[in-house]
Design a protein around this ligand. Structure first.
Ligand code: NOJ
Length: 582
């Protein structure tokens, strides 16, 4: 029988079904979350350094390229930058396999370039968030090289091993490797664990020496002046080290079986004391367990662990063409908002370097609706509660590319999933259709700066082909057009930066059954705003009591809208933000 395998490591992180002791009683009240701090007020922009701007013609983005674009960053109105890893690395997973946590990969420049870039951001009021990849290292890190040379190495216990005299380890799923998460090492006659690829051995967080090494690395960067850390895949750091057999049928709660053990909280509290507190930096967790409660246990203020989290339930929507459902989308965002109305803080995002482009997944990439739907999505991200995360290129409405053949792919995840699909005899046409739509390579194409060759990204041969639509979608063209996606993005960041109601204001969803329109209010003290978003390619109506209280229109991605006393008719993908009389 043919099967379709489900793509991407997001699938194994279905979140939030079984809830929730402490946070279950908030259904009826709306609440402003007002304990104030800079990282709640910030607007974060994610830079994928490999694809942002190449200054030396080698086809790969670099720090000097980013330095050239510091004024662009400032012009966006963003106040934080999270950059994907740029450390020494064999690059089997584009830098998420670090071989030296204190060294800059030659491709990106030097430590001096990094310092110049950081200082340039600082001057422009932009704080820097470092990607910390410490669930695993590269197998080329000297810790692993030494650990795998002898059981007597002082680094042996920096990793997880299964001594071969115990027989073969029980099968364990690997996110990237179709052959599973254990690999045999001859010199030590042991199997080592790799939750991700073979070249990404898991670090052993049980070992206090390893933990101290990690804190020292974080301190090194905090002393250089970074303001925050994004903890990569951190829910896997603490595991059941008896490595029991994975119970069949639990693929959806993968993390429960392979990570998120109670010791995670001890490690995070220790990290807080060692790094976050003394250096006054913040950290965001990638993923946050499987339930709302898991996420609260990591980020609530009185936990002294991490400060904010992004969970996967948002981005796990719309994995296949045509599967986006606005009702589900509204429910998910509302559920998480309600749960975090008083305690804890979340990132608000729809995409990153691990997902396809937002316009393709949640909007409409057709020439008719691409601009308005991208504007609508950015209006949403920048008017919700939580720190908004924008992935580079989404401020322009960049779109997916078309890659129908597996030979076009270079990403370890895509190639691993392809092999897994073959292994279980999947329908490969169907597999390729879904891969083409959802692959993370879609969002890794070079940034589109202008309409010159290679979109102004490089004068050389780009490491990844530029999206063919760069003559229509690029910074230079959009800069000049007051109605572009880019200028709409700037209006939204300004609105958010100037009005605390968008940061701290209570959120309330209106007309939850409306299948086309997402409507909500944000309220803080005597300020109240109404956000109306028509997520459909049809004109749509919404009837609301609040329409009578409309005062002024702050944002509208069309020149007008039609309304009576109680009803608004919105054009396709129209996004409107209005103030209301209180
Ligand atoms: C999550 C990162 O976002 C992804 O790009 C990477 O492949 C895995 N963690 C492994 O580090």
């Amino acid at each position: 029988m043919k099967k379709i395998i489900i793509l991407l490591f997001g699938i194994i992180t279905v979140i939030g079904c079984t809830e929730n002791k402490k946070h279950e009683k908030q259904d009826t009240k709306i609440q402003a979350n007002t304990s104030k701090t800079w990282w709640k007020e910030g607007v974060l922009y994610q830079i994928y350094p490999q694809s942002f701007k190449d200054s030396d013609g080698d086809g790969i983005g670099d720090f000097k390229g980013i330095i050239e674009e510091l004024d662009y960053l400032e012009s966006l109105g963003i106040t934080m930058v999270w950059m994907n890893p740029f450390f020494d690395s064999p690059m089997i997973d584009n830098g998420y396999d670090v071989s030296d946590y204190r060294a800059i990969h030659l491709l990106y420049g030097t430590m001096e370039d990094f310092d110049t870039m950081l200082a340039g951001m600082e001057e422009r009021g932009i704080k820097f968030v470092l990607d910390v990849v410490v669930n695993h290292s590269s197998n080329q890190h000297h810790w692993f090289k030494e650990a795998s040379s002898s059981r007597d190495s002082k680094y042996y216990n920096y990793y997880h091993w299964w001594p071969a005299e115990k027989g073969e380890p029980p099968y364990r799923y690997s996110i990237f490797d179709p052959e599973g998460a254990w690999d045999y090492n001859k010199a030590t006659n042991s199997y080592y664990l790799h939750t991700f690829a073979e070249g990404q051995p898991d670090l052993n967080w049980e070992n206090p020496k390893l933990r101290q090494e990690v804190y020292d690395i974080m301190k090194f960067w905090a002393e250089k002046g970074v303001h925050g850390f994004r903890m990569d895949a951190f829910q896997f750091a603490s595991k059941d080290t008896t490595f029991p057999k994975f119970p069949e049928g639990h693929e959806k709660d993968f993390i429960k079986w392979y990570g998120m053990r109670p010791q995670l909280h001890d490690y995070l509290k220790e990290m807080y004391k060692e790094v976050m507190e003394p250096y006054d930096v913040f950290a965001v967790a990638e993923g946050a367990g499987s339930t709302l409660q898991d996420a609260h246990d990591i980020v609530d203020e009185d936990r002294y662990e991490l400060q904010t989290a992004y969970h996967f339930e948002y981005v796990d929507m719309a994995k296949e063409p045509g599967s986006f459902d606005l009702t589900e989308f509204k429910e998910i965002f509302t559920k998480w908002d309600k749960s975090f109305a008083e305690d804890g803080w979340l990132a608000i995002f729809l995409a990153n370097h691990d997902k396809a482009r937002i316009v393709n997944r949640f909007g409409n990439p057709s020439p008719e609706f691409r601009t308005v739907s991208a504007q609508l999505l950015n209006t949403f991200l920048l008017s919700m509660r939580g720190t908004p995360y924008t992935y580079n290129g989404d401020e322009l409405g960049m779109t997916n590319i078309d890659m129908p053949n597996i030979d076009d792919y270079v990403d370890i995840e895509a190639l691993g999933n392809y092999k897994k699909a073959l292994k279980i005899n999947s329908d490969m046409d169907e597999f390729m259709k879904i891969l083409n739509y959802s692959s993370r390579e879609n969002s890794r194409t070079p940034m589109q700066w202008n309409d010159s060759e290679n979109a102004g990204f490089t004068t050389g041969n780009p490491w990844k082909s530029v999206n063919k639509n760069y003559r229509d979608i690029n910074v230079e063209a959009q800069d000049k057009d007051p109605n572009s996606v880019l200028n709409h993005f700037r209006k939204m960041t300004k609105l958010r930066n100037d009005n605390e109601v968008f940061v701290y204001g209570a959120y309330e969803m209106l007309d939850k059954h409306n299948k086309q329109v997402y409507a909500y209010t944000r309220t803080l003290d005597n300020k109240k705003v109404l956000v109306l978003l028509n997520f459909s390619d049809q004109e749509s109506e919404i009837s609301l009591e609040e329409i009578k209280q409309v005062e002024t229109t702050l944002i509208n991605n069309y020149s007008s809208f039609t309304s009576t006393d109680s009803k608004v008719t919105l054009k396709p993908y129209q996004a409107v933000v209005m103030t209301l009389k209180k």
